[in-house]
Ligand binder design. Structure first.
Ligand code: TXA
Ligand code: MG
Length: 318
């Protein structure tokens, strides 16, 4: 097991030595390495068992730092940066040579984010290095929103988890980039499309579901510890799975009576932001309870609903 603590100095020291440290952010916990140290970055891929073609996000503490590692920020993305940073937004920007190619899997752009968490802000200021940090889960498994999730999943592979308590957003960052003059959203996340479009007008979605395992083989390698999750109308699904022990994930009140070993509520008041906050913890808990299958609803397409639906779809049996 890793040590879970709040010693920023210790985290700085380990990261400077090329070790990995799990860090808190407002979205999910990250598995951080010094982004300028190729060997340390390699350890991130190895520890997560993540394919080398899947690039990492770098985390810095302010806009001046961003400019050390990326070329000029296009105007529309700058509007978003000023509005939503620090926060759950990642920008794809033309990369400077200061960032090793391994971080971006050889791509010409680097993904950058200024996280909104006091402990990680303090860490970034102190260490004065960009930290490459994917979510601190084995590749393909549920993202961690609590230090204990990290410890359960990667505790035997890393030495230190910086404790920042439960994450305040609970869903990964929204990823935005440019194609010509157009802003493209590459991942739905903690900033809703409505809030982005309020600042800069219409954006285009390019959400790639290719990370979703489609074959049983992939399911086995990436989702082995997880029981099957089905997404749809939970009333209908519970009839289909009537002969199995099920746990139910709900969103708001439901008037139907469904047999289940356990029920989890994403948000009793049907608030998608509250649902995002609870989503990954509920998936972790449902994975560990005594049910055989987990049934989850489709959320409304407003606020963080689309981002939650995206995560549920990826985690589900299709
Ligand atoms: O909220 C978050 O973004 C969390 C916290 C820790 O910051 N991080 C996170 O990282 O979710 P990760 O590695 O689980 O997801 C990052 C995704 C990659 O899978 C990839 O799709 C995209 O960001 N990405 C990173 N760098 C990219 C690049 N240079 N070009 C295109 N996509 C990139
Ligand atoms: Mg991830």
């Amino acid at each position: 097991m890793a040590i879970i603590g709040n010693n920023i100095e210790k985290a700085v020291q380990l990261l400077r030595e090329g070790e990995l440290v799990a860090i808190p952010t407002e979205t999910v916990y990250g598995l951080a390495a010094n982004a300028l140290n190729e060997k340390a970055v390699l350890k991130v891929f190895a520890t997560k068992e993540r394919p080398a073609f899947d690039p990492l996000i770098i985390h810095v503490h302010d806009l001046d730092e961003v400019q050390k590692y990326a070329e000029a920020i296009p105007e529309k993305l700058m509007v978003l940066a000023k509005k939503f940073w620090p926060g759950p937004l990642t920008l794809l920007l033309p990369k400077k040579n200061t960032i090793p190619d391994i971080v971006t899997s050889g791509l010409p752009q680097v993904a950058v984010r200024i996280p909104d968490h006091p402990i990680t802000q303090a860490l970034l200021k102190e260490i004065n290095l960009p930290l490459a940090a994917p979510s601190a889960n084995p590749f393909g498994y549920i993202s961690p929103t609590d230090p204990t999730h990290v410890d359960q999943q990667l505790g035997d592979k890393i030495r230190y988890i910086l404790d920042g308590g439960p994450c305040k957003v609970g869903l990964e960052s929204t990823i935005a980039g440019m194609e010509g003059d157009e802003v493209i959203i590459h991942r739905l996340g903690g900033i809703s499309i409505e809030n982005i479009e309020r600042e800069i007008g219409k954006v285009k979605l390019n959400i790639n579901l290719s990370g979703n395992p489609k074959t049983p083989g992939q399911l086995k390698s990436h989702y082995a510890p997880r029981k099957p999750l089905y997404v749809g109308n939970v009333g209908d699904l519970s009839k289909i799975h009537a002969n199995k022990k099920t746990s139910l994930i709900l969103f708001g009140n439901t008037d139907i009576e469904i047999n289940s070993v356990k029920t989890y509520q994403l948000s009793a008041s049907s608030n998608t932001y509250e649902a995002a906050l609870h989503l990954f913890k509920i998936l972790h808990d449902a994975d560990a309870d005594s049910s055989e299958v987990v049934l989850a609803p489709v959320l409304p397409e407003t606020g963080l609903g689309p981002a939650i639906n995206d995560r549920l779809k990826r985690a589900s049996v299709q």
